[in-house]
Ligand binder design. Sequence first.
Ligand code: DSN
Length: 437
Amino acid sequence: MERHPHMRVTDPVIASLVEREEARQFYTAKLIPSENYASTAVLEASATVLTNKYSEGYARKRYYEGQQFIDAIEELAIDRAKALFGADHANVQPYSGSPANLAAYTALIAKKSDNQRILGMGLPHGGHLTHGWKVSVTSRFFSAEQYAVDEQTHLIDFDDVRAKALAFRPAVIVCGASAYPRIIDFARFAEIAAEVGARLVADMAHIAGLVAGGAHPSPVPYADVVTSTSHKTLRGPRGGLILCKAEHARAVDRAVFPGLQGGPHNHTVAALAVALQEADTDDFKRYAHALVANAKAMAEQLLSQGVRLVSGGTDNHLILFDAASLGATGKEAAVAMDKAGLEANANSIPFDPRGPFDPSGVRIGSPALTARGLGPADMVQIANWIVAAVRAREDDTALAGICADVREMMTAYPPPGFEKPWPDPALLDTDRALLDT
Ligand code: DSN
C-alpha cells in the first residue's frame, strides 16, 4: 500500500520528505527525552477535519456558530485532564508549553500595578527559556531572577531558592525543568512560595507522563497553576494544557483566550482527549515505571564505562552526561551519535565552562525507546553504542557500523503510530536531489 496517496499526487516533494522523516524516526534510536511516539489513534485525531473549524471562546460561549461537536470534544478533553491529574480545573487550548507558561504568569500577575517578578530555574541549571531566562520575553514582560542547582550534588539548591525568594519577593515562583534528572520536591517549593507570599507555577511538561502514571510525585496538590506540553512523556499531540486550583480558573481561561491566543487547534484538542484516555490505563502506568527503570539501566551502564553524569544518575526519564568525560564536546558527541543512529541533543550542564551552542553535555532519555518496547538489557546495549560512537567520532566507518546495528534493533521494535509496511530504509540513504526528480 502506498503511503500518503493524495499528497504524493498533489505535492510529491513534501510527500517524499515526510516519508523520509518517517523512515528516520523508525530506524533511529530516539534518545531526545522531550520526544516520543504518539499512538495511531492520536495521529488519526490530529489529522481530521477539526483543523477546519474556528472556535474562539469556551464551550457554550463561542464567537462562531457550529460548535456542537467541538464543544463536546473540548469538554471531554477537560474532564479527562481533570480526572487523570486530580485537578480542579483544566484549560486544553494552549498551543504548546511556552504559551501555557506565559498564560500562567499573566493569569497570576494580572495588573500592571502588581508585583511583576518571577523566580525560576536558570536555563543552564535545567530550567526552561520561559522560566525567566534572559533571552525570553518572560524576562522582558516580567522581571526575572533565577535559582540554581548545588555545584557539588547538582540537586536543586533550596537554600538558594529560599534566599532568592526572600530577597527578590517574586509574585510567582516557577518550578519544573527541561534538563533535570532528579525528583522535584514540589512540597518544598510550595513552602517557600507560602513563606514569601508568592504563587507557585509548576511546569511539568517533561514529567507529565510520569505524573500520570504514578512514577513521579504530582505537583497538582501543591501548585496554584500547573502547565504542561502534551507531546513529551504524555505521548499526546504537539500541544499544551494548564491545570489549576478553582480560584484561578477564570483568570487562567481569560489569560489563554482572549489574553494570548485566538482559536484553539481543535484537531489537537481532540488528539489530546485521546491521549489523556490512553494515559488513564494500567498499560500507561506500566509504561511510566518502565521508562524510569530503562533510564536507570542506561545511566548505570554509562557510569560503569566512566561517563560522568550530572547528579551522578537519574530518578526520572532523562540523563545528562558530560561529554568531556569521553574527551569530546557536547556538540561533537551529539553529531557523532546522530551519525550512529542515536538521536540526542547537546545540552549545557550546570556550571558549564562552555557556551550554549557547543556545551559540555549531552541530554538523553528513555521515553521514546520505552514506548517502542525496549527493556533494560536493550538500554545497556544503547549505552555501549553511545560510548563507542563518541569515542569513534572521527571514524565514519565505525559510526556507520553502529548505525546498522541500531537499525536492526529498531526494526525489532516498531514504534507506536507506524503501520505496516514499515518504511523503506533505503529512503535514508538517497540523495536529497532525487526528491526533485
Ligand atoms: N524543547 C523542549 C525540550 O526539548 O526539552 C523544552 O520545551
